[in-house]
Design a protein around this ligand. Structure first.
Ligand SMILES: [Zn+2]
Length: 383
């Protein structure tokens, strides 16, 4: 089982100091803890290796090799920043100009961007085009519609959006992300815990760990008190007031909303492939509950014009082998994870790896993945 924290179900996000930056240059102590010498040396060594490999023609050789032609790189994205979300969680959000540069590099290197179903079919028949890649987005944030899609359209790249549907249908901001972002923006403050949780004492936002704890407490309270969507939004608004943030502007900008039915229908009409990602972004242990949630997700996709969705991405990248036959029974043809790697001829179609691209990935590293060099290093000699 693997978990990729994308902020829906996992509760506490990964270590903030690894994920992003802090307002006003704070949390220096936390950064120093993780920026230790060995990791700096390793990073430098890695960059030297990548540059040397490119300069000595390894990339060019790999690009045209049978080894690369037998492999598919599936790129995975989540959100594109509408403001400063990438500074908060660089693994989840990417600035639009960086995303545009990624797409430009894909074009410049001569990669072939294929629709997901076509790429998987070609993989089976050993007829992939040179440097084949697939572009996928998880969750279906509103920022896909207004920021990512215009870039993709410019390049005429096909794309698959794995759409979770509960928040699309109710058209409200994702509470977990909203609260976490508000608390991050309130860094340095101390607020009264009793107003937002069932704990007494302060919520201390003066450290990264303190903000993490505060977010976890607020989420836990909302769950245990069984707050309705309306009550959760009221709580988030109150939290924003306490940290001095303009709540209405966040809501108006739809920073943490998913695409609604009208937007999704428009995209499906334009040829965007919208696929399964569960209704409530969860993986129930019970088979009947799992299949019921999947069916609800599929029914929602029907209402936006996507009939018979058959491709799936595990929410939060979390998967376990017992669900493979469940997915097959439900007519699912492939399932993608957040495990890092390229898809090869022997890959299990129910746990396909991807490269989850984010602001933390440098351009040389991204290029090394497109060419296959990074995957080749891990897997051995080209055939
Ligand atoms: Zn997701």
């Amino acid at each position: 089982m693997r978990v990729f924290s994308d902020g829906f179900e996992s509760g506490i996000p990964e270590r903030y100091e690894r994920f992003g930056q802090w307002p006003r240059g704070v949390a220096r102590r936390a950064r120093v803890e993780v920026c230790c010498m060995p990791s700096t040396v390793l990073k430098t060594a890695k960059m030297i290796t990548l540059v040397a490999a490119r300069e000595f023609g390894v990339y060019s050789a790999l690009k045209h090799s049978n080894w690369r032609n037998e492999r598919l790189l599936i790129l995975g994205y989540h959100g594109i920043s509408l403001r400063d979300e990438h500074l908060w969680r660089c693994g989840l959000f990417m600035p639009v100009d960086l995303f545009a540069r990624r797409m430009e590099l894909i074009s410049r290197l001569g990669c072939t961007v294929l629709p997901l179903h076509d790429a998987l079919s070609r993989l089976r028949t050993h007829t992939l085009a040179p440097m084949s890649i697939v572009i996928t987005f998880d969750d279906g944030f509103y920022n896909f519609y207004c920021a990512a899609y215009p870039v993709l359209k410019r390049y005429r790249y096909p794309v698959t959006v794995y759409q979770t549907s509960y928040y699309s249908a109710c058209e409200r901001p994702l509470f977990h992300l909203l609260c976490s972002y508000i608390l991050w923006k309130g860094f340095g403050k101390i607020i009264d815990s009793k107003v937002f949780t069932d704990h007494t004492g302060p919520l201390d936002l003066r450290t990264a760990g303190g903000v993490n704890t505060a977010a976890a407490r607020v989420w836990a309270f909302a769950r245990s008190a069984k707050l309705s969507q309306e009550e959760r939004q009221t709580l988030a608004e109150k939290l924003a007031d306490f940290v001095g943030l303009d709540y209405s502007s966040i809501v108006k900008a739809r920073l943490f909303n998913l695409m609604n039915r009208a937007e999704l229908s428009e995209l499906v009409h334009e040829g965007v492939d919208v696929q399964l990602h569960t209704h409530r972004h969860r993986m129930p242990n019970d088979k009947a509950m799992f299949l019921a949630d999947l069916a609800e997700n599929r029914e929602f996709l029907k209402t936006i014009g996507q009939l018979g969705a058959r491709y799936f991405a595990y929410p939060s990248g979390l998967y376990r082998s017992e669900v493979f036959p469940w997915l097959s029974d439900a007519g699912v043809r492939s399932a993608t994870t957040c495990e890092t790697g390229m898809v090869g001829p022997d890959s299990n179609c129910m746990c396909l790896p991807r490269l989850i691209d984010g602001s933390g990935l440098s351009e040389p590293e991204f290029e090394s993945w497109l060419c296959g060099f990074r995957s080749f290093l891990w897997s051995g000699s080209p055939r």
